[in-house]
Write a protein of this length. Structure first.
Length: 353
């Protein structure tokens, strides 16, 4: 694997640093979430596999996750559409007023068309441009950076960004799958980003990285050739998540802290000036290690993994929506969004809200 600290990408914004400064600002005009109706707590998992509440809570911090109910026609597109509908209501907009809809997902409804296209149909978005973005757990943060710059550059004024995933469809809820099935949950979150005359609002710094040599640490094979050379192939694990938990854990702990430092450096911002860290909820121990390294107070690094598990592309917008609803992220705040996951990918987005 490539040393995550070896390469730098992205750039800084603000006076004297970016070519876009002074044109248009970007604000979050609305947020929304959607969660499946079915709850799967640790006791439920104990009936399906050899595990315990104590083991799961100690290793991951997760107590419950939500999973889709196919009988109720819940899926990536229905969750994503519901989340964006709520975000649009807060922004007092119709879907057809959006210039673009981006859906960050690794569990697209089908191969073609993109889930974002299907969401356009559900919401009556007319001929609004739309596409999916797959950067696994980093997808939503990648999407924030892309959508922001499309607005900042002047090409678009209103963009709906969704993070929606239904990893339960890629799990084996049995002993063989216990290393992954305990972690992942389903959900969706969305934001509406709008251009504003307040040029101080928007990104301060961002980063997007990938170490493709680490692809085999988390992958979903479709056929035999998708497996790493020499792997023993169990047909029951086809189209299921394969994860080297220990390797991902090690990658995440070092990457997370390095990414915070890189983003602070790029933005010329001190850690104490950041009002909130909104992080991908992968494992509470990974979050805790970063919190300790930077000496952050507990209330500056939000954790909701206990209720939702790791919801992949949905986890960052789920946190943001809850924080805004509670008044803990509001206008004037500096907020750092961080994520890492399959790819291996990692990315950040530091905002002046
Ligand atoms: N319940 C009980 N025991 C389990 C278990 C479960 N659900 N899953 C695995 N075990 C067992 C293993 O079989 C192993 O037993 P052994 O020592 O007898 O072989 C033991 O627990 C330790 O397994 P290991 O995989 O080393 O555990 P861990 O401490 O690394 O925890 C994860 C496993 C998956 C929780 C942890 O590696 C992790 O969180 N990794 C990061 C995953 C992640 O964030 N993925 C998303 C990226 S966005």
């Amino acid at each position: 694997m490539i040393d995550p600290s070896a390469r730098r990408s992205g750039y800084s914004y603000g006076p004297g640093t970016g070519t876009f400064a002074g044109r248009v600002g970007v604000r979050v005009a609305g947020t929304g979430i959607a969660l499946p109706s079915k709850r799967l707590n640790n006791a439920d998992l104990m009936k399906l596999m050899d595990t315990s509440d104590e083991w799961i809570v100690q290793r991951t911090g997760i107590r419950e996750r939500r999973i889709i109910d196919a009988d109720k026609k819940e899926s990536t597109k229905t969750l994503g559409a519901a989340a964006l509908r709520t975000a649009l209501a807060e922004a007092r907009m119709e879907a057809s007023e959006l210039d673009l809809i981006i859906c960050a997902t690794m569990t697209s409804e089908m191969q073609c068309p993109a889930t974002a296209n299907l969401i356009c149909d559900i919401l009556g978005a007319g001929t609004t441009g739309s596409f999916d973005l797959n950067a696994a757990c980093s997808g939503f943060v990648y999407g924030m950076n892309i959508a922001h710059d499309l607005i900042r550059g002047g090409a678009y004024r209103n963009i709906g960004l969704i993070g929606a995933d239904t990893l339960s469809t890629l799990m084996n809820y049995n002993n063989a799958g216990r290393g992954t099935a305990i972690i992942f949950g389903d959900g969706a979150g969305a934001i509406v980003m709008r251009a504003t005359d307040d040029v101080n609002k928007g990104l301060i710094a961002q980063a997007m990285h990938c170490d493709g040599t680490g692809w085999k640490e988390i992958f979903v094979p479709k056929c035999e050739r998708d497996f790493p050379a020499g792997a023993v192939i169990d047909p029951a694990t086809m189209n299921k998540v394969h994860m080297n938990g220990a390797a991902v854990f090690k990658f995440a702990v070092s990457t997370f802290s390095n990414l915070i430092q890189e983003t602070l450096d790029k933005g010329h911002v001190k850690v104490e000036d950041v009002d909130m860290f909104v992080c991908h909820q992968s494992n509470s121990r990974i979050l805790e290690s970063a919190r300790e390294r930077f000496g952050l107070p507990h209330d500056k690094l939000y954790v909701n993994i206990d209720r939702f598990g790791n919801t992949v592309g949905a986890s960052v917008p789920l946190c943001l929506h809850e924080l805004r609803a509670a008044g803990r992220v509001r206008e004037g705040h500096k907020v750092m969004f961080l994520a890492f996951g399959g790819g291996l990918t990692w990315g950040s987005s530091l905002w002046q809200m």
